[in-house]
Design a protein around this ligand. Sequence first.
Ligand SMILES: [Zn+2]
Length: 450
Amino acid sequence: MDRYPSKKRALSPEVQETCIPHSNEPPIPSPTSTTYEEESTDFKLAILASLHPNHNEESLLEALLLSDGSVEQASATLKQHEAAPSKKRPTLSNIGYQSSLSSYISGTTPENTRPAKKLSLTKKTKTIYLYTPEDVEAHTPCSIIHNLLPPEQADALLRELLKEAATYERTTFQLFDKVVKSPHTFCFYVNGQDEVERQKAEFYYDGKKPEHVRCSTPEMLKACAQVEEAVNKEAQRRIQDFYPEQNKLKYQSPDSWKPNTAFVNCYAGPQENLGYHSDQLTYLGPRAIVGSLSLGVSREFRVRKIVAEDDEHCKDDGSLADAQGQISIHLPHNSLLVMHAEMQEEWKHSVAPARTIDMHPISKNTRINITYREYKEYLHPKLMPKCKCGVPAVLRCVQRKRENRGRYMWMCQTNYVPGKGGCSFFQWVEFDDNGLPPWVKATTDQKSRH
Ligand SMILES: [Zn+2]
């Protein structure tokens, strides 16, 4: 009787059938399918955002929910909405949600657009805007440092990367039957030509070896040292001021953070964006820290906490409650956002499309963002289990399913390669308290025995 009892319901059948190929393999344990569902929602939002750049995320999410998770139907609805002159658009006069898309769904009857459902959906995507470092660190798993670099250095870095970004590409991934392009461009950087070759020969991203890897530029390397210092200071302060008993988190590395890779994203214009996601942990390990330096146009960075399927958060109608509201962090030129160790497992983040932007004197309508990361030597692909496709598995964390929340697992990563279906490979993984995988412990034990 409930049309939208939960996110799971709204997105289930198509997702499970398309993403998890039918095979003779034993059925995948339930946490895996949950992960697929979560991820698929973000992929779906990403494709809708790239097809309909003029709609904000709330509209896209709403269209998706009202279409029971079908991207095609959601997209058709949004198109219909765009095409209809505003006067002729049907409205549900006595409800008062004028921005609602529910009334534009073809074949929608008044029965399944009940106001009660609309209300919970609207509340769920409420946005809180944060500007000061004090607010950011108190309400999100991030801290922000404004004006990190001397102004001339930040400008030089921005100029260097604008030249680089002229030849960045969009990434493509498989979403059901479609090949989707990312709604922004990006490139991956490592420190030195040897590292570039090593990346291309040995590493995998979304099931394939990377084609585009570049050497960090001189200004990137220069800034890297300053980012490293600032991030380590912030990470220590986070432990002191925020973590229980001033201890690092379980699975967090006790070593200082040493960035050795960077993803650089380029957002050329207000519509370019990045959908909600958590960063890939495969080469970073559990409880990873990421340092994100913003340059050029200010944009909104949005974060939302992942709400578990947990009774105390559930409303009477079965929907997940208000904890799903999103927080928007303003990211000006030359600011460093530190995503702390609790971020990737428990929160998702995005760069929202903007209605308007303030032009930047150097980059005009463009934002450049460098995310510095530390790849761990003990998480090299050659050490990881391989799936049935013969590709090193990808590391994921159960984020939503209550009984296994916070557990890590290896999974097949070839599902997103256009033309490939992937396999059903799945294996739990136990890290030690410092985030070391089982094979590191085995090596140490062996050594100590000799
Ligand atoms: Zn596979």
